[in-house]
Design a protein around this ligand. Structure first.
Ligand SMILES: Cc1cc2nc3c(=O)[nH]c(=O)nc-3n(C[C@H](O)[C@H](O)[C@H](O)COP(=O)(O)OP(=O)(O)OC[C@H]3O[C@@H](n4cnc5c(N)ncnc54)[C@H](O)[C@@H]3O)c2cc1C
Ligand SMILES: *[C@@H]1O[C@H](CO)[C@@H](O)[C@H](O)[C@H]1NC(C)=O
Ligand SMILES: *[C@@H]1O[C@H](CO)[C@@H](O)[C@H](O)[C@H]1NC(C)=O
Ligand SMILES: *[C@@H]1O[C@H](CO)[C@@H](O)[C@H](O)[C@H]1NC(C)=O
Ligand SMILES: CC(=O)N[C@H]1CO[C@H](CO)[C@@H](O)[C@@H]1O
Length: 422
């Protein structure tokens, strides 16, 4: 037992899953990641832009052979700005501006590529669909069944620890919490990335840069009555936008929060954009090829995130709305903290390690999920406890202060477990 490397089986090979592989390999574990999709994502899957906080940046760099690569594949987001738009008069004005925002903007597929390419090549088993697991009577090993999609064979993998990184609809979580239902937020998000590398001097791009002069280093939030949008630039001449629209819960087909959209829906989107936003933003939305629609859910925070030798990380542990730019940050920090706990306490004390992981992470993610939920409701003009619906055109300045990213609970906190080891 002493000379044997402990082994973890990770379900889900997205950001949380491969971050976990890095963290556990660093802690001296063997790791196998099971991912149902058949190959590493290339180009642009459903992911778009995301914001990385300073701690996440540091952790990611510690996993890369060439830490500079992170810097080279992202753009700074040093300003967090909220502005109100009057769609009739086609004007907007600043509500809040924080120039000490220290995030970086990454394209999901670029970040994924960086992390994945820095892993040993056999870490992820592609096209492996997780089916079920079974914990041994003595609670020390876990047997995982999965289906190899190419052949149809079912195979069994045995490990010391099962890590569920299978996303917000986690089937591992469902095993322990069959009654936990995702909560529809009340709105959906249209998203898109406009690639302007082949026409940098197009009129629409020059106009956009005039209307949003800090593009390239600023995270812009535009607020109108009962709706808001997000705009920032990504490396390699790409503009990332998100637009949240209140609506009844749509019916989802299959196991994905991304909806298929019709030509009619896109046409309606373009029309509405012209009514609500300044023309410069409406035009960018119109020129974006293949915008997609995410239905926004979260879950009430869980009371526990491990059972025996099964542990949840990432969206599986804390489905959240995206308003705090937190989901990827949370996944990366979950993985790093879990790795530290396992390294510190060893396989002999697996239970203590999981208790510590939960003790460090659960209070933080609980507050962040609820804060993000509240922020989303404020920005969408929905009821929030303690005040009436927010209207950016009439809001008092104390009300506007609440919109800033820096009010996120534990905003600049670094868990002490990162200080105790060398
Ligand atoms: C509108 C919107 C904006 C966002 N913006 C940001 C942002 O600005 N910043 C940010 O940090 N994050 C953002 N996110 C969130 C981010 O994209 C991810 O949610 C986050 O990286 C957490 O990832 P995860 O690995 O936990 O889960 P997921 O990315 O959902 O991954 C789960 C993985 O598990 C696999 N899987 C599931 N079931 C099985 C099975 N049975 N067998 C094998 N594999 C399985 C799936 O194929 C998938 O690869 C945003 C999300 C939305 C919707
Ligand atoms: C990152 O970019 C800098 C400046 O362009 C370059 O000198 C350096 O080699 C790049 N580093 C990596 C690891 O690509
Ligand atoms: C626990 O049970 C498993 C499977 O039944 C067995 O392989 C393992 O040796 C047992 N471990 C201990 C510490 O008893
Ligand atoms: C919003 O709050 C008001 C007063 O606080 C209440 O009357 C109303 O029913 C609430 N609406 C919703 C949809 O919760
Ligand atoms: C700088 C920053 O905002 N980092 C935060 C990322 O999220 C975790 C919690 O999930 C915070 O503890 C960090 O402070």
């Amino acid at each position: 037992m002493k000379n044997r490397k402990p082994k973890a089986v990770v379900v889900g090979g997205s950001i949380a899953g491969i971050s976990c592989a890095h963290a556990l390999i660093g802690a001296g574990w063997n790791v196998v990641v099971l991912e149902k999709t058949s190959a590493p994502p290339s180009g642009s899957p459903t992911g778009a832009g995301l914001g990385l906080d300073p701690l996440s940046q540091k952790i990611i760099q510690s996993w890369l052979r060439e830490p500079q690569l992170l810097h080279n594949s992202t753009l700074p987001l040093t300003i967090d700005q909220n502005q109100a738009t009057d769609g009739e008069k086609k004007i907007s004005w600043t509500l809040t501006r924080d120039e000490n925002f220290n995030f970086r903007a990454a394209y999901w597929a670029d970040l994924y590529g960086l992390l994945y390419n820095a892993l040993p090549s056999d870490s992820v088993l592609w096209g492996h669909f997780f089916l079920s697991f079974c914990i041994s009577d003595n609670k020390t090993c876990v047997t995982v069944k999965c289906k190899v999609l190419e052949t149809g064979d079912t195979i069994v993998i045995v490990g010391d620890l099962l890590i569920a990184a299978d996303g917000c609809l986690s089937s591992v979580r469902k095993h322990f919490l069959p009654d936990l239902k995702p909560r529809y937020s009340g709105y959906c998000a249209w998203r898109g990335v406009l690639d302007f590398s082949s026409n940098e001097n197009a009129e629409s791009i020059l106009d956009l840069k005039k209307a949003y002069p800090d593009l390239g280093k600023c995270l812009y939030f535009d607020l109108s009555s009962g709706t808001h949008s997000v705009l920032y630039e990504l490396l390699n001449k790409r503009i990332n936008w998100i637009w949240y629209i209140n609506q009844p819960e749509p019916e989802l087909k299959g196991n994905s929060v991304t909806m298929k959209v019709s030509g009619d829906m896109i046409e309606k989107l373009h029309e509405e954009a012209e009514n609500i936003w300044v023309p410069e933003l409406a035009r960018i939305i119109k020129e974006t090829k293949e915008p997609f629609l995410n239905v926004i859910y979260d879950c009430d925070p869980l009371k526990q995130i491990f059972w025996d030798n099964v542990v949840l990380i990432g969206d599986a542990a804390h489905p959240t709305t995206p308003h705090g730019l937190r989901s990827t940050n949370m996944s990366i920090l979950d993985a790093a903290v879990l790795g530290k706990c396992l390294e510190k306490l060893g396989l002999e004390n697996l239970n203590s390690a999981l208790i510590e992981y939960q003790y460090v992470r659960l209070p933080v993610t609980t507050k962040q999920v609820l804060h993000s939920r509240r922020l989303g409701r404020i920005k969408q003009g929905l009821n929030v406890s303690g005040s009436g619906p927010f209207d950016p055109r009439t809001a008092r300045s104390e009300e506007c202060d609440e919109l800033q990213q820096k009010n996120m609970p534990f905003f600049a906190d670094i868990p002490s477990i990162f200080n105790v080891t060398t």
